[in-house]
Design a protein around this ligand. Structure first.
Ligand code: DQA
Length: 160
């Protein structure tokens, strides 16, 4: 199965951006931890392959979600501040219709009121917030488990 990890605005600065809120890990470190977990989850079962994308531009993020329609099984997404503003990202997730998990390093509900509303929370399978970088790992485990449970019921997707 293939999972695309889509990271939004300012997440390229992780590690030096407000570490008291977002933690000390860089985006590269978070992604390499996900790759390790993907390898563990692949053992003895269908391979889990991960692709990664980060952009500070809303349109580029929309393009990336749209492109997931081709060959991607699930999405892990932290849109950064676009979480609270982007109808376009919400519409893109609805358009591709793939299972997605929203991740936030911090707990937006415990922060400023403008962060309390997520425009994607009701169109994703679930949201993992406030647990730091481990939230991405939990999202990966959840999406792989859901995919495998679905496959056990439906059987493998037929080619073409
Ligand atoms: C964030 C929370 C957002 O409110 C903020 O704008 C971010 C990061 C998080 O991961 O905690 O850029 O998505």
């Amino acid at each position: 199965m293939r999972i695309d990890v889509i990271q939004g605005a300012n997440l390229n600065l992780l590690g030096r951006r407000e570490p008291a809120i977002y933690g000390a890990q860089t985006l590269e470190e978070i992604h390499s931890g996900l790759e390790d977990l993907g390898r563990q989850l692949s053992a003895g079962d269908e391979a889990v392959s991960l692709t990664f994308f980060q952009s500070n531009s809303e349109g580029a993020l929309v393009d990336r979600v749209q492109a997931c329609g081709e060959g991607v099984d699930a999405i892990i997404m932290n849109p950064g501040a676009y979480t609270h503003t982007s109808i376009a990202l919400r519409d893109a997730l609805l358009a591709v219709g793939l299972p997605a998990v929203e991740v936030h390093l911090s707990n937006p509900a415990a922060r400023e009121s403008f962060r309390h509303r997520s425009l994607i929370a009701d169109v994703v399978r679930g949201s993992i917030v406030g647990l730091g970088a481990i939230g991405y790992q939990l999202a990966l485990r959840a999406l792989v488990a859901a995919h495998r449970a679905r496959r056990a019921v439906e059987g493998p997707a037929s080619p073409g």
